[in-house]
Design a protein around this ligand. Sequence first.
Ligand SMILES: N[C@@H](CCC[C@H](N)C(=O)O)C(=O)O
Length: 284
Amino acid sequence: MRFAKGHGTGNDFVILPDPDGTLPLTPALVAALCDRRRGIGADGVLRVVRSAAHPEAEASAAGAEWFMDYWNADGSQSEMCGNGVRVYARYLAEAGLVDPEGSFDLVTRAGVVPVTMGEEITAGMPVPRVYVQSEADSFGASFIGTAVDVGNPHLVCAVDEPTLEGLDLTRAPAVDPLIFPAGVNIEFAAAGPAPTGSDLYRRMRVYERGSGETQSCGSGACAVAAVALYHAGLDSGVVVIDLPGGRLTVTSTPTECLLRGPAVVVAHGDVDAQAIRQLAPTYS
Ligand SMILES: N[C@@H](CCC[C@H](N)C(=O)O)C(=O)O
């Protein structure tokens, strides 16, 4: 089974080229591939499949050729992955499947995402919807947060720098299951001085649904930017966000949310399909 490995600001993915949708991908196989000791290791899997070859994409593709079939490390699926979109796009460009300097539309479970290529890659993410206040509890501490829908669910908790630094994210913070019946990605964000050319600045960490603490989360950065702008009373602006794995920039208006950052493919190889399939049942 051919694979590539890539990352966007340290949010890493196993990329599975499967243009005709013939790969029998299961949650257990995804979890085995993402295992950092016994598999390849990653925060998630990106199956590169033609929209016409995937039942979830056929209807919504509107002419867009490629579908991002995204899976979390635990084998669950998500509607959206902002870093995944950008890494997927880099893979397509390096494989000669899209113009490395052009733009194209990518189908995701959360709709069609316009992508602009370049040294950094920009994804036109779903416009974040800020909807309700809720709470996250972690190791006995309670954090007030704001729920945001970026195609996938987020809870953004404002904290100060020392709290951000000291957070233990080895275990999933507890959240209200009535507000987040399908789980949620939880961001902790601290404000700081905005760099020249931007309006707001946040440093953030994230505990991702289905993957645990990751080095970066693109949709999470969009959620953090939306809450930052909301609290600043702005309906548009440029928000610079530093994550453990690097910097992302979100440019937001009421009708657009552009996520920009680096994306690289670092390896290509072959998975021993038999060995990985033998491992897979331990995750079922
Ligand atoms: N890291 C991603 C988000 C991946 C999906 C998320 N864990 C979920 O379950 O919604 C990003 O860059 O957006």
